[in-house]
Design a protein around this ligand. Structure first.
Ligand code: FMN
Length: 187
């Protein structure tokens, strides 16, 4: 089986972020031929500006796009801020609306929050944005409520959550292996 290259984006810049812990735990759960890299550059991207995009996209943006293009699939972990995703993640996504690196790309969304909802509104919000960008958004919705008791020292420790995360990774991997397959006729 050829290598499967997954990229994780985390929408939180916070040190000690629950969502960063989810991304790093997911990376540690991957086994060859699947490998996951956590992209750490979202906070370094400039604010999206269509004029800048048209004239001369900055090196950080080109690097971000290249990493997304090279990934077979993407895992997004996001906090919920004021019932939406974070500005930093939305900004990153805006830089690839026009360039299209997420078109047809399998993308899984995970949200973690200390609240009982597990970031359900951010999850819905992100799925809508990714769908309009023509990403192949996985139906599997993993929300992690009460995340402060399920994540310890930067790692997911709750067994049920770990099972959910493994299942998301299995779905993502399956989607990448189906990418080259023709759509069945007469279905
Ligand atoms: C400005 C702000 C707005 C927030 N809004 C929400 C919210 O709407 N829903 C929610 O569940 N948590 C909300 N929270 C709490 C975050 O879910 C919590 O801080 C979480 O730990 C952020 O994710 P992180 O740990 O990955 O940084 C908010 C936190 C901040 C600072």
């Amino acid at each position: 089986m050829p290598p499967i290259n997954l990229l994780a984006l985390c929408g939180s810049l916070r040190q000690g972020s629950l969502n960063s812990a989810v991304a790093h735990t997911a990376a540690s759960l991957c086994r060859p031929p699947v490998a996951m890299t956590v992209y750490e550059g979202l906070g370094g991207l400039p604010f999206f500006n269509p004029d800048v995009e048209r004239e001369c996209p900055p090196a950080e943006v080109l690097d971000f796009r290249a990493r997304l293009a090279a990934a077979d699939a993407v895992l997004i972990t996001s906090p919920e801020y004021a019932h939406g995703t974070s500005g930093v993640l939305k900004n990153g996504l805006e830089w690839v609306v026009g360039s299209g690196e997420l078109v047809d790309k399998p993308v899984a969304v995970v949200t973690a929050s200390p609240s009982m909802t597990g970031g359900a509104r951010a999850q819905a919000w992100l799925r809508e944005t990714l769908q309009v960008m023509s990403a192949r958004v996985l139906p599997h919705e993993l929300r992690i409520p009460c995340a402060t008791v399920k994540i310890t020292n930067g790692r997911v420790t709750d067994e049920e959550t770990l099972t959910g995360l493994r299942s998301v990774l299995a779905d993502l991997t399956r989607e990448t292996s189906q990418l080259g397959e023709p759509v069945p006729s007469g279905a």
